[in-house]
Design a binder for this molecule. Structure first.
Ligand SMILES: NC(=O)c1ccc[n+]([C@@H]2O[C@H](COP(=O)([O-])OP(=O)(O)OC[C@H]3O[C@@H](n4cnc5c(N)ncnc54)[C@H](OP(=O)(O)O)[C@@H]3O)[C@@H](O)[C@H]2O)c1
Length: 333
């Protein structure tokens, strides 16, 4: 199969198209002919840090058609249009993944290829109203936002969620899902343009976090009920403000360390307010199915900003690296 491979870490040009033998199709697995592959920031970090020299196929998000399965029991999947859940080997528990947990796209061959082989539990019927490009845009970031909001975050209709750094893919999905679920959403960004786009998408209040007054503006807007949930994806520079802003007994769900991973946190304030500080990581197969049903029921369409043919993967990576997108970048295969 034709695939975009990487054999050493480096600049976007380190990604090259090659013929690669697909992995063997074992029982319990499905091989999916891919039509589109979505990009995530994870792909950039994998590319930059890849030690080589073995060829690796990056990519966690993909959509296509099941071409073959490894066991007769699963043959009903053959020919079905599917979307791939990149959370591999999650295990049976809902509260946390098991010891074999992996994210698709290193060490397992990923979706920047003509086909991908995944466990059958990692394919789900493609929401019928989405085309392959739209379907390949939501799995990783959408699943992360879903679990953060409704699983770890326990968000209820009528409650208020704060989403700092709305330019992030995960935050963008969280905004869309929170609004569909009937919650009030407050966003922050360093970009006026992104603040305007978020308001057009339904954000109830938008603040510029480069303005020293942003925290007070958010507090004033949320009063008197306050903020029930904060979803923090950037870590060191944002999480302490989330703890200060959340209401007593509220939740701060955190999932990333874009601005660093060392924290100075007022512990007395945190326990006195009885804040729930909860980590989260993508989601389970059950949550992925629930997300797909939610997307189909509400006819939600992910925002795709840039589509590149797979041959132009270096340009797609360069765009993401420059932070030039609002919405997802997708490769057509
Ligand atoms: N745990 C998981 O399962 C999981 C899954 C997916 C991603 N992640 C992590 O989540 C993080 C976000 O990933 P992503 O791909 O969604 O987005 P991303 O593109 O990495 O997010 C970048 C955004 O972070 C915001 N940001 C940067 N500094 C900030 C600050 N000081 N205050 C507030 N916002 C700030 C900026 O928002 P503005 O442009 O609006 O200013 C920027 O656009 C990454 O660290 C990633 O590793 C974790």
């Amino acid at each position: 199969m034709k695939a975009i491979v990487i054999t050493r870490g480096g600049a976007p040009e380190a990604l090259q198209i090659r013929e690669i033998e697909p992995p063997p199709l074992l029982p319990g697995h499905a091989r999916v002919t891919l039509r589109a592959a979505g990009l995530n920031h994870r792909d950039l970090w994998q590319r930059i840090g890849y030690p080589g020299p073995e060829p690796m196929i990056l990519g966690s998000d993909g959509a296509g058609t099941v071409e073959a399965v490894g066991a007769d029991d699963d043959r009903a999947w053959v020919g079905q249009e599917v979307v791939i859940n990149p959370s591999l080997y999650w295990g049976d528990r809902e509260d946390a993944p098991g010891p074999n947990y992996q994210v698709l796209g290193n060490p397992t061959f990923g979706t920047y290829a003509e086909s991908v082989t995944v466990p059958v539990e990692n394919v789900a019927p493609k929401p019928a109203h989405l085309d392959f490009v739209q379907a390949a845009a939501f799995p990783l970031a959408g699943l992360t936002a879903w679990r953060a909001l409704f699983g770890q975050g326990a968000l209820q209709p009528g409650q208020t969620v704060l989403l700092p750094g709305i330019g992030s893919g995960v935050a963008g999905f969280a905004l869309a899902f929170a609004k569909i679920a009937g919650a009030r959403a407050i966003v922050t960004s360093s970009s006026q343009d992104k603040l305007e786009k978020a308001k057009a998408q339904g954000a109830d209040f938008a603040a510029d976090y480069t303005d020293d007054r942003w925290e007070q503006q958010v507090r004033d807007y949320a009063a008197p009920a306050g903020i029930d949930l904060v979803i923090d994806h950037s870590g060191e520079k944002t999480l302490p403000a989330g703890v200060r802003l959340v209401r007593p007994g509220g939740r701060v769900v955190f999932l990333g360390v874009t601005t660093g991973e060392r924290l100075e946190l007022g512990l007395r304030e945190t326990y006195f307010k009885q804040v729930h500080l909860v980590g989260t990581m993508m989601g389970s197969p059950r949550e992925f199915l629930a997300l797909c049903r939610f997307i189909e029921l509400h006819r939600y369409t992910p925002q795709v900003n840039h589509v590149y043919p797979m041959e132009e993967v270096a340009a797609a990576h360069a765009l993401m690296e420059a932070g030039g997108q609002y919405g997802k970048i997708v490769l057509t295969i």
